[in-house]
Design a protein around this ligand. Structure first.
Ligand SMILES: [Zn+2]
Length: 291
């Protein structure tokens, strides 16, 4: 049985087991909106569900995305009514470089990896899109083809809208145009920061940065990610990942076995990551809050 007085892993499993499939989208929303940690947000969801949600609270629990949540209420509700919530699984391919895309995605509690590929072989992750962003910015520039490969990294929910429908909504909404112009700037900044980071910063620091970013987006302490996948994300050989992950394990910052990566010491990871992690967070906060 779930015991609200306890806060350990077993209790967390009881808690998650009691969630219906759609509930998983609510806790990350509470984390990002109200600054709760993930466990406290889960407890609140279960508590409110057990008591029965009043109408005012039910609205808070509409699964959403931070960009959409910044819109005026009517425009926000309009987009929700035009799109649909879909469950995405790790490994789902949402876009391929050079090919037309037909849907826009606003992650609610999943993450999408944007991958650049050279000669069909060498791969590297350029950015992660989570609940703070959207997939399909090209649509705003009237470009119908994807620039990068887009692959779901952490399974979860996203709101998806047909590209043509979204284009019409965007052309009529000055609020949405402003939010997304700012977001394009943030994304460009992050692309350039990633390029600099990959050239000048050591693998250990970059691996710590990726782990922190993934946790920020998905709010989970644990990920399934293979050596090969991490090598592609960081643009290094598998041996480089093995060595970097080994060093993080020696410092007891993570455990990593057969693809199961668990964060043991988030503060420690923040200490060893490069400054790019905080720079990216700050630019999002500064630019998006300046609306
Ligand atoms: Zn860096």
């Amino acid at each position: 049985m779930y015991d609200p007085e306890r806060n350990d892993d077993i209790q967390m499993l009881f808690l998650l087991h009691s969630f219906a499939s759609g509930d998983h989208a609510y806790a990350p929303l509470l984390c990002s909106k109200y600054g709760l940690n993930y466990v406290h947000a889960c407890i609140l969801v279960v508590h409110l569900k057990n008591k029965g949600l009043p109408m005012s609270a039910a609205k808070l629990f509409t699964p959403t995305n931070l960009l959409l949540a910044s819109l005026p209420e009517k425009e926000y509700e309009n987009i929700l009514s035009l799109g649909k919530l879909v469950e995405l699984s790790s490994g789902d391919i949402l876009g391929q470089a050079g090919k037309n895309f037909h849907s826009i995605y606003f992650p609610v509690n999943c993450t999408i990896s944007l991958i650049s590929q050279l000669n069909g072989k060498t791969k590297m992750e350029i950015a992660i899109v989570g609940p703070e962003g959207m997939l399909g910015l090209n649509s705003l520039l009237d470009v119908k083809v994807s620039l990068l490969n887009s692959i779901v990294e952490v399974s979860g929910t996203a709101l998806t809208i047909d590209n043509k429908v979204f284009h019409k909504v965007h052309s009529k909404s000055t609020a949405l145009q402003k939010i997304l112009k700012n977001y394009i700037f943030v994304r460009l900044y992050q692309f350039s920061q990633t390029a600099t980071c990959n050239r000048f910063h050591v693998i250990n620091a970059r691996l710590a940065r990726w782990i922190l970013m993934a946790q920020d987006c998905a709010h989970f302490n644990e990920f399934y990610v293979t050596h090969e996948c991490l090598a592609n994300k960081l643009g290094v050989r598998r041996a480089g990942v093995t060595q970097a992950a080994g060093e993080l394990q020696k410092k007891k910052l993570i455990s990593y076995k057969k693809g199961h990566l668990r964060i043991l010491d988030r503060k420690g990871l923040e200490t060893i990551t490069c400054g790019c992690y905080q720079l990216n967070k700050n630019i999002y906060k500064d630019i998006m809050k300046a609306q």
